[in-house]
Write a protein that binds this ligand. Structure first.
Ligand code: SAM
Length: 192
């Protein structure tokens, strides 16, 4: 039983692209109420449900409260874009590194599509800074965005640090919505 229908989007993407593997460390950005974290916890074996498989880690972050979940560690009332959140994540992650960053974050919609689009793109761009701090080389980033004029900018930025970037529109995402996902794979940490 999932906390939210959004779970089916992540299940669909992960069934196809196998982003989440047992033993992985996952950071789930914009995690409330916790459905993606439920999926991630299952797929990385974060609760140790299968003793034969390596046990992974799921850390969820949200401005809102995230009800507790077996196998997950939640930073409620935390802003993903705040550098102090990045510092906490570094302390919590095994080896200070994540294999996967997930983001289903969304700003409160103002109703002005262009403005909401831009806000979400800026939030997604901040994930690239987060990746530089916590994502291990070879890692993946899956982020939701709303399509619009700045989407290519985000795609370009992602392409500059990941070997492959694809645009996804899961079947579970409403056909008439601007919602899309970028799946960026094989992180190449930029040289300082
Ligand atoms: N993936 C979640 C699930 O499956 O349960 C649903 C996520 S919901 C669509 C988007 C979430 O992003 C909201 O809970 C919102 O509070 C959160 N959010 C928006 N901006 C954020 C920020 N700067 N830092 C952390 N969370 C944020």
């Amino acid at each position: 039983n999932f906390r939210c229908r959004s779970a089916f989007k992540l299940l669909e993407i992960d069934d196809k692209f196998k982003v989440l593997q047992p033993g992985h460390s996952v950071v789930d950005c914009g995690a409330a109420p916790g459905a993606w974290s439920q999926v991630a916890a299952q797929r990385v074996n974060a609760a140790g449900t299968d003793p034969e498989l390596p046990r992974g880690t799921v850390i969820g972050i949200d401005l809102l409260n995230i009800p507790p979940l077996d196998g997950a560690y939640f930073l409620s009332s935390h802003d993903v874009t705040d550098p102090s959140t990045h510092t906490k994540l570094l302390e919590l992650l095994p080896n200070h590194q994540a294999h996967v960053i997930l983001s289903d974050m969304a700003p409160n919609a103002s109703g002005f599509q262009a403005m909401d689009h831009e806000k979400l793109i800026v939030m997604c761009l901040s994930l690239i800074d987060l990746a530089e701090k916590i994502l291990r080389p070879g890692g993946s980033l899956l982020c939701k965005y709303w399509d619009g004029i700045l989407a290519h900018k985000l795609q370009e930025k992602l392409s500059s640090v990941f070997s492959s970037v694809r645009t996804l529109k899961p079947n579970a995402s409403r056909k008439d919505s601007a919602e899309r996902y970028f799946l960026a794979r094989t992180y190449r940490k930029p040289a300082k």
